[in-house]
Design a protein around this ligand. Sequence first.
Ligand code: FES
Length: 99
Amino acid sequence: MSENKENIYVCRCEEITVADIERAIEAGATTLTAIKVRTNAGMGVCQGMTCRKNIERMLRERKVDPGCIKHSPYRFPVRSVSVADLAADAPKKEVEDHE
Ligand code: FES
């Protein structure tokens, strides 16, 4: 079973496995934020929308005090924006002031 834990991804964005999360918990991480800091789980493109509930479930299964399972704030996924798009949305007055 322990072999599978190295191959089961909890956080697909950052490629964090069940074994990675378990090691973080065994090392003393008992909050979502602590697990995030130790493993980068929840810091991928989806910003934890997919993996957060799985990590919370893992903490509950290990009888971590429910008061310690605090929700860290969701962050919206970041998308790149071209300079041309930014310039197109810039108020005209600001563009004129810099010319
Ligand atoms: S699955 Fe964890 S950040 Fe996307």
